[in-house]
Ligand binder design. Structure first.
Ligand code: Z16
Length: 840
């Protein structure tokens, strides 16, 4: 960061409105004031991090009026509130987003420039809170942005992991993980609220007793208590006064516990019990679509759920409302089954702690919760060994048994004594080991159940939740995912946003359907030129970044063919790799072959325990090592793997992409949301009929979408008929050549062992039908290459039409649907309160 201002700028603070004023001079003074009084630095010794912190506080100071006014308004009006319960919130960096939502980006950019500083360089200093794995956590973040923008009273509750998703590096082309230390430099956006701490019980046993009215009650005697401390972050809406709250819980030990041990002279024990308690919020589990049945994970889930429900009850009572009003005050969305234990915990709080009758408590619980499912993969469905569940949550297990008893009677009433159905629907699995089934609990305890794309919701009804659909058809709804255009266009593609502003006005970021007005310019030469220029400029910018991050020089005039997402067999990065090797072999066989120059860009993390995903990464980097250096290729193909994919690193990629790879096996990607970010920024999609791809294609038009591969039904049918992947290998010479080249050790220094597990798996199992879709994919890619090379005018036209027709995929649309059809929550607009009134 430039330091010229350090020499030129005299310090002058103490101006009355320095906390909140918006003039250029005030912003500059406020920044210097925060640098001096908060960071404790004078400009001559300030580091880049100090500038970031000083700027973050300067921005935060301009959010607090919104935040306090919002809280006061919600309390005063007893606003009905949407609560988003999620184990993950993948928020991304706050500084740029808050500046955009405040409408102060340009002003701050200028203020920094006048101080000899560069806003973008300062923004680069932020360590993003990577408190999520991928789509599910990022969806939660987009929904918070949309709820605030739509002025929906809302609260996000989750866990303040000390270590978020690991940082990814490469050694010899293999992924290695490093801990994420996002809190190392402090977090200027959060406020710790110890005054609202709560206690959470864990373990122990239950005791029955008869209360003063002669009623049977249960008392839970835990063997451990942890303290949950809320950390609050304001979530600004775009160009509105609303600032909602994201409340994340940190686990600590209750003072009394440390104190007891300390008094016994057991200093080690006192400190150790503190460490054990703090473990609960220590680290995010890095699995996306696979359950790791660890005790600590169940403790995390219960911990944040219990903290959050206790907090909601406190809020309800602080407004003077009775407990019976819980479902009128709050509607609680369960982001997957991770928080589904909330159903049992609310029952416990109502029945045991507040002595409410079971039937009323159950009515309140069912009215309060709704459940979103994000996957059909059976290995992702949460089920907890019953002994583990019971040892941690003995009272909840009893409650679940009772819910189950009543529920199975209901099943019998409707379907008769169908024992197989009853076994499938029971909240307890009893075939080979006993488990608590969290999806079943979520379905029974919620009034609404949704999938995240039309196809996904239909498949849910036909497969994993079929029995529940037959029992409760009225509960099932679809809510196709969306993404926030503020972060994914305005912030990350400012040049395109400006061009759009100039042609259709500035309402589109909150009314994304207005993008359709761009269709009028699809044949306008000046507009088309600018569209192309912007894509080129974004590609040059990414090119420089790629060289900085990987040392690889790519050609910004080549097609940028991009697949960025978690590495998973069902997402089929290996199919993409087979295509690259196919093109490489063609060039080796015919060096003068006319091919479209392409840069293949990958990014994404593999779960640390997922061997096959790590091997896929190794394959891609190994292919890159060969292809990028081979003189025969003459730089016509390049393969880069951008390390440490996260929100920050993804933001410059979408705007610079030509081709978006959405190539999952049909029926396996619940929705996808990256697919939306690409198309909104003018990339064309090559994809299967999976997840939201289906709806994207419907919107942009089949002629503007590169479709390939089997449908979900065809995949099912192929497997039912006995899929034999090796037959595809034997019958397809080009595919055989590609597979044999990998097997020969060509990409592994002659070693034939490295990729053997991957190849054996493809030839023998191929659960995700890679080989069956290979030819269709290659044909489609050949077509893509031709259009890009030979029909650039048409490509540009398709690019514009894609963006123009993506209005549906705003998270604002998704949130409006949740509000109308599930939550029944209305907007509450916020007037900034006068300070004197706020004190009163
Ligand atoms: C996740 O990100 C998703 C599903 C899941 O079971 C667990 C995690 Cl961490 C993803 C889906 O794979 C993706 O298709 C979907 O778009 C996203 O959740 C948001 O719904």
């Amino acid at each position: 960061v430039e330091t010229s201002f350090a020499r030129n700028s005299p310090l002058s603070v103490q101006v009355e409105d320095d906390r909140t004023g918006l003039s250029l001079e005030t912003l500059k003074r406020a920044f210097l004031d925060n640098l001096f009084y908060v960071q404790g630095k004078s400009p001559d010794i300030a580091t880049a991090k100090d500038y970031y912190m000083a700027l973050a506080y300067t921005v935060r100071d301009r959010m607090l009026h919104h935040w306090l006014s919002t809280g006061q308004t919600y309390r005063r009006t007893h606003a009905r509130t949407a609560v988003y319960l999620s184990a993950e919130f993948l928020m991304g960096p706050y500084l740029g987003n808050n500046l955009i939502n405040l409408g102060l980006y340009d002003l701050f950019e200028q203020a920094m420039e006048e101080l000899g500083l560069n806003l973008k360089e300062i923004m680069d200093q932020e360590q993003e809170p990577g408190l999520g794995n991928g789509g599910l956590g990022r969806l939660a973040a987009c929904y918070l942005d949309s709820m605030a923008t739509l002025e929906i009273p809302s609260l996000g509750y989750g866990i303040r992991y000390e270590f978020g998703i690991f940082e990814q590096a490469f050694h010899d082309g293999w992924q290695v993980e490093k801990t994420d230390q996002w809190l190392r430099w402090g977090n200027p956006w959060e406020v710790r609220r110890p005054e609202w701490a709560v206690h959470v019980k864990i373990g122990g046993h239950t005791e029955g007793y008869t209360d003063h009215q002669g009623r049977y009650q249960v008392n839970w005697v835990p063997d451990k208590v942890v303290r949950g401390i809320p950390y609050d972050t304001p979530i600004l809406g775009y160009q509105v006064n609303t600032a909602n709250t994201l409340r994340l819980w940190r686990a600590e030990s209750p003072e009394s516990f440390d104190f007891d041990a300390f008094n016994r002279g057991d200093y080690y024990g006192a400190v150790n019990s503190k460490i054990i308690s703090e473990n609960i919020s220590k680290v995010l589990y890095p699995n996306d679509d696979k359950l790791e049945g660890k005790q600590l994970r169940l403790e995390q889930e219960f911990f944040f759920v219990s903290c959050s429900l206790q907090d909601m009850i406190r809020l309800l009572m602080s407004e003077g409302l009775p407990l019976e009003q819980f479902p009128e005050k709050f509607t609680v969305q369960l982001n997957d089954t991770h928080p589904a234990v909330a159903i049992a915990e609310l029952m416990r709080l109502l029945v045991d702690d507040h002595e409410m009758a079971w039937d009323l408590a159950w009515e309140i619980t069912q009215k309060s919760f709704a459940y979103t499912n994000h996957t059909l993969l059976p290995e992702a469905l949460e089920r907890w060994p019953m002994y583990l569940f019971g040892s941690l949550l003995p009272r909840h297990l009893e409650i679940i048994f009772e819910i189950n008893r009543i529920f199975l009677d209901q099943v019998r009433l409707k379907f008769g004594p169908d024992n197989e159905r009853i076994a499938r629907m029971s909240l307890i699995e009893e075939t080979g080991g006993r488990y608590v089934r969290m999806a079943n609990l979520a379905c029974v305890g919620s009034h609404a159940i949704n999938g995240v794309a039309e196809l996904h919701t239909e498949l849910l009804k036909e497969t994993v939740l079929k029995d529940f659909y037959e029992l409760f058809p009225e509960k099932f709804v679809n809510k196709t995912n969306g993404v926030t255009p503020r972060r994914w266009m305005v912030l990350s593609n400012p040049r395109l946003a400006k061009l759009i502003d100039q042609h259709i006005g500035t309402a589109w970021p909150t009314q994304l359907d207005q993008l359709s007005k761009l269709e009028a310019y699809v044949d306008d030469p000046a507009f088309r030129n600018e569209w192309r220029e912007i894509k080129q400029a974004n590609k040059r910018f990414l090119t420089a970044r790629i060289e900085r991050l990987t040392g690889i020089k790519v050609n910004p005039d080549s097609m940028f063919d991009v697949q960025i997402k978690r590495i998973h067999e069902y997402k089929r990065q290996q199919l993409n790799a087979l295509h690259i090797i196919t093109l490489y072999r063609r060039l080796k066989q015919n060096p003068d072959l006319e091919i479209t120059p392409r840069t293949f860009i990958f990014a994404g993390k593999a779960a640390p325990g997922y061997f096959m995903a790590k091997l896929i990464i190794k394959l891609i980097t190994a292919v890159g090592d060969i292809v990028n250096r081979d003189p025969v290729v003459r730089d016509r193909l390049k393969v880069v793997f951008i390390p440490n994919y996260n929100v920050t690193n993804s933001q410059p990629i979408y705007p610079a992409s030509d081709l978006s790879e959405q190539i999952s096996t049909a029926g396996f990607e619940a929705s996808g949301t990256g697919n939306m970010k690409f198309a909104l920024n003018g990339s064309l999609t090559i994809g299967t009929l999976d997840g939201a791809n289906v709806e994207i294609r419907e919107e942009v038009g089949a002629e503007n979408f590169f479709l390939f591969g089997m449908t979900a039904d065809e995949v099912t049918a192929l497997k039912a008929s006995g899929y034999q992947p090796w037959q595809y290998y034997e019958e397809n010479a080009e595919l055989k050549g590609v597979i044999d080249l990998i097997s020969s050790g060509f990409f592994s220094g002659g070693d034939t062992e490295t990729f053997k597990p991957l190849i054996d798996n493809l030839l023998q199992q191929d659960r995700f039908t890679v080989l069956a879709d290979y030819q269709s994919y290659i044909d489609c890619q050949d077509h893509v290459g031709k259009v890009y090379q030979q029909d650039q005018e048409n490509w540009l036209r398709m690019s514009i039409l894609n963006a123009a027709r993506m209005g549906k995929f705003s998270s604002d649309r998704a949130v409006r649907e949740y509000c109308k059809e599930i939550w029944h929550v209305d907007p509450v607009s916020i007037e900034l309160q006068e300070y004197s009134k706020m004190v009163a």
